[in-house]
Design a protein around this ligand. Structure first.
Ligand SMILES: Nc1ncnc2c1ncn2[C@@H]1O[C@H](COP(=O)(O)OP(=O)(O)O)[C@@H](O)[C@H]1O
Ligand SMILES: [Mg+2]
Length: 474
């Protein structure tokens, strides 16, 4: 009775299966005054009994865990027959006896083995042994059976508990992913969350999402001794792979969790792509509409100009539209809101010089300067007018400089021609003046100085992250 009470306490004191089994091994051996006690768990998948806890023997379960098939060995026979097996002496001579290299079992003369049954379900087996011959009484056999019944309960509880815990982990991981995915419109951020959650929830050394085109998105950590690759499926199609690395092998539970993450990742990937497409499409629509409006007002302005050769009017208009197109192209290519002006100016320059008679010498010195898309379009138009004028009315040598300091950008175009002298503004210069004033919030100076020197100064950051503070239009 005392033993039963104690084992009940032990069994109920912890939900950790390993702890319970070790305590049971000690309690049973002490109560029945045996030299050793072994507790085995039944592994349904492999139909094997796996030694999980021992008392009175020095087996290191970490190195090579003894396993035996149900029906194999004396304890295996008890499990297979679902009935106790008792051998009072010379147990190792029994035909059912099986020896393990790392278990010194030949020393024992007697053995009493019982199955661990939870209702009808086999959960394991346990045995006690003595070095001297000993016949266990029916009362002792019944006692061990009763204890085994209690252990069975605790095994079931522990399994349920482990399952519930796994489920909690899984739900936590999935919640984290879906939160990150729904918060972010950007695919990169979603992928980052998926990879990070994968690493954290499986103690992985590293993980990555491999996209359909073989591109590796967001690799994190390092490779490990073991790896699993899980296909990301969307409507029956594989749209990528989740690759996870770890130094320790992956259990069935880990795989289950990873499969849940992978299916969430597939949804995130697909939704992210669609969202991206949607956002990108909206931005592009918006920009195209703005650009068409700008083109319309430029043409209207040109149409109002008096005394202009229609050929030249059309040619100038074409250049203006091409300047707008160049900005649009840069913005769409890089999928950014900002344009690198030095790159843009370089592009416009070679575009405008094209098809021109030789003999013009153009030098440029351009600092890296960033400008937000809409203002970049204005600057592109300003540049193409001023540079076009230098090509059209100026001398043979043209120099372009772009520099940015202390929140101010200076664009200068100088040539060595006749200079403006008394010439008045045409359509080109009126466009330039309006854009510099209204869109760039800056100033234009035209100075005759051995040719015309046109200078545009306007506030803007010289680095991407600076422009927000410098831009008065925001
Ligand atoms: N770099 C320059 N060198 C000499 N004259 C210039 C220069 N830029 C502009 N001009 C003069 O200013 C006038 C107005 O220029 P603009 O408004 O661009 O009209 P357009 O180029 O169509 O004539 C030009 O016709 C020209 O006489
Ligand atoms: Mg002009």
């Amino acid at each position: 009775m005392a033993l039963l009470t104690r084992t009940t306490e032990v069994v109920n004191s912890s939900l950790d299966l390993q702890e319970v089994m070790e305590a049971i091994a000690h309690e049973v051996a002490a109560a029945l005054e045996t030299d050793s006690a072994y507790v085995y768990l039944y592994d349904e998948r492999t139909d094997e009994l796996v030694l999980r806890a021992t008392h009175g023997t020095s087996v290191t379960l970490e190195t090579k865990t003894p396993r035996m098939r149900r029906g194999e060995g004396i304890t295996g026979a008890a499990a297979a027959d679902r009935a106790p097996v008792m051998i009072a002496a010379d147990a190792h001579l029994d035909p059912r006896f099986k020896s393990f290299p790392n278990l010194p079992e030949d020393d024992y003369a007697s053995i009493l083995a019982v199955p661990i049954l939870a209702r009808e379900k086999l959960e394991g087996a346990l045995n006690v042994r003595t070095k001297d011959p000993r016949a266990f009484t029916q009362a002792e056999v019944d006692l061990l059976m009763t204890i085994a019944g209690q252990v069975a309960q605790s095994i079931e509880h522990a399994k349920l508990y482990a399952q519930a815990q796994r489920r909690v982990l899984e739900l936590e991981a999935l919640a984290r992913i879906s939160e990150a995915v729904s918060e972010s419109l950007y695919l990169e951020e979603s992928l980052e969350a998926i990879v990070q959650t994968t690493v954290e929830s499986t103690n992985a050394t590293g993980a990555a999402v491999v996209l359909e085109d073989g591109r590796i998105a967001w690799p994190e950590g390092r490779a490990g001794a073991h790896a699993v690759r899980l296909p990301l499926r969307w409507r029956g199609r594989t749209i990528g792979e989740l690759v996870v690395d770890r130094d320790t092998p992956f259990s069935d539970d880990d795989r289950q969790l990873l499969e849940a993450i992978a299916s969430q990742a597939a949804v995130a990937l697909e939704h992210g792509r669609m969202a991206l497409r949607g956002v990108l499409a909206q931005e592009i629509h918006h920009r195209v509409k703005n650009n068409l409006q700008t083109v319309a007002s430029l043409l209207r302005l040109q149409a109002r100009a008096a005394n202009v050769d229609p050929q030249k009017a059309l040619g100038d208009s074409v250049n203006r539209i091409l300047a707008i197109a160049a900005v649009h192209e840069v913005l769409t290519e890089h999928r950014e809101d900002d344009v690198e002006l030095d790159v843009l100016i370089d592009r416009l320059r070679s575009m405008l010089v094209q098809g021109l008679v030789a003999g013009k010498e153009v030098s440029s010195s351009l600092d890296p300067v960033w400008l937000e898309g809409q203002r970049a379009t204005s600057l592109a138009l300003v540049f193409s007018e001023l540079f076009g004028n230098a090509l059209e009315h100026g001398g043979g040598a043209i120099s372009i400089t772009l520099s940015g300091h202390d929140g101010e950008v200076v664009l200068m175009i100088a040539d060595d021609g006749e200079g403006m002298q008394a010439a008045g503004d045409g359509t080109g210069l009126s466009i330039v003046r309006a854009l510099v004033r209204d869109e760039l919030g800056g100033e234009l100076t035209l100075v005759d100085d051995d040719g015309l020197r046109a200078e545009v100064r306007f506030p803007a950051g010289t680095r991407k992250d600076e422009r927000d503070d410098a831009n008065p239009h925001r």
